[in-house]
Design a protein around this ligand. Structure first.
Ligand SMILES: NC(=O)c1ccc[n+]([C@@H]2O[C@H](COP(=O)([O-])OP(=O)(O)OC[C@H]3O[C@@H](n4cnc5c(N)ncnc54)[C@H](OP(=O)(O)O)[C@@H]3O)[C@@H](O)[C@H]2O)c1
Length: 311
């Protein structure tokens, strides 16, 4: 276990060279969220931070941008406007990111975009479940598109469900057949698919690091923002305020996520980390790994991308 105290002191002690970093953040626009807390840690602990932030509402993020510039006046923070729910839009935004980077290489890619599928499977115009398109397929697509502009020791950090891998419905990876979709199945499925995709990427890019982390419970407002009707009211007025009293604060979790991007421990390979930063291989993941599922999931990703993007 990595104690938060240890995390904070390692972050504060980063030396000048280690702390010159260029990062892309997707899913860091909610000021109460984990992504934004990570971005704050990045701005505070990096001597010359360069961050490109992707989000769907520039005006609502303006206070966030102003705060980052206050934290570190030497930093360069650029906001690019994009809704990342469609793979085709991700292709376009990645080209914008590349021109924004110019000759600079990308050191850190933080992926925390998403919501929870309380309303079940909802298909988007590309034929994918809307929630899983954002929190799984989109994250893999960003990684695939940006890998060519990453520095040799770059790290990709996906904040979702590392160590929470579960049994997949192997014959319906998109959960498109009637009766197969549920909140639990969707979470189990994409947690496994994310770690297995990272296994494949780490094998193909041995100089880089791919970290899939479960952040633990954080009262970020994600429950209410993912729900509608009575469920939204219940989450916003009862559940989230109560949770806020007991669960981890976004600030500390953001410090942790930044630590995974800089600590020498996580320099290479594929990592599934729990909320305390412990690397675990749950039984079901062990079986999938032994059964060659990293390659199979990667093939599945490619076939989805081919079907959707070439249309
Ligand atoms: N909070 C927890 O307890 C917890 C526990 C386990 C796992 N997680 C996972 O951790 C990740 C971050 O969660 P969080 O609690 O920090 O929630 P959050 O702040 O609501 O993070 C979600 C982010 O994704 C962005 N986003 C969603 N759909 C988008 C779209 N179509 N285009 C562009 N941006 C989009 C949101 O942007 P807007 O500001 O525009 O809405 C927001 O910045 C999520 O994947 C979540 O499932 C959270």
């Amino acid at each position: 276990m990595v104690a938060l105290k240890e995390v904070r002191s390692a972050n504060s002690a980063l030396d000048e060279t280690a702390s010159k970093k260029t990062a892309v953040f997707i899913g860091a626009t909610n000021l109460q969220g984990i992504g934004y807390a990570t971005l704050q840690a990045f701005a505070k602990h990096t001597s010359a931070p360069r961050a490109i932030i992707i989000g769907r509402n520039a005006s609502s993020f303006a206070p966030g941008l102003a705060q980052l510039r206050q934290f570190n006046p030497r930093g360069r923070f650029t906001f690019l406007d994009a809704d990342v729910s469609l793979l085709k839009s991700i292709g376009a935004i990645c080209e914008d990111i590349k021109s924004e980077l110019g000759d600079q290489k990308l050191d850190l890619l933080y992926l925390s975009q998403g919501s929870l599928p309380f309303a079940g499977r909802k298909e988007n115009s590309e034929g994918l479940d809307t929630t899983n398109a954002v929190r799984y397929y989109g994250r893999v697509r960003f990684t695939q598109n940006l890998i060519s502009v990453m520095s040799s020791h770059a790290r990709v950090i996906s904040i979702m469900g590392g160590t929470q891998e579960g049994k997949m419905l192997e014959h319906d990876l998109e959960l498109s057949r009637p009766g197969n979709y549920s909140l639990t199945q969707s979470n189990n499925q994409i947690a496994s698919m994310m770690t297995l995709s990272f296994d494949h990427l780490a094998k193909e890019n041995p100089d880089k690091s791919f970290i899939h982390v479960f952040p633990g419970l954080v009262s970020s407002g994600i429950l209410a923002r993912s729900a509608t009707g009575i469920l939204n009211v219940l989450f916003a007025w009862v559940v989230e305020p109560m949770l806020g009293l007991f669960v981890a604060k976004a600030d500390g979790v953001g410090e942790r996520m930044f630590y995974y991007g800089t600590s020498a421990v996580f320099a290479e390979g594929s990592w599934a980390l729990d909320e305390a930063g412990v690397s675990k291989e749950v039984d079901v993941l062990k079986e999938y790994r032994a059964g060659g599922w990293a390659g199979k999931i990667w093939e599945h990703n490619l076939s989805v991308f081919e079907r959707v993007v070439s249309k």
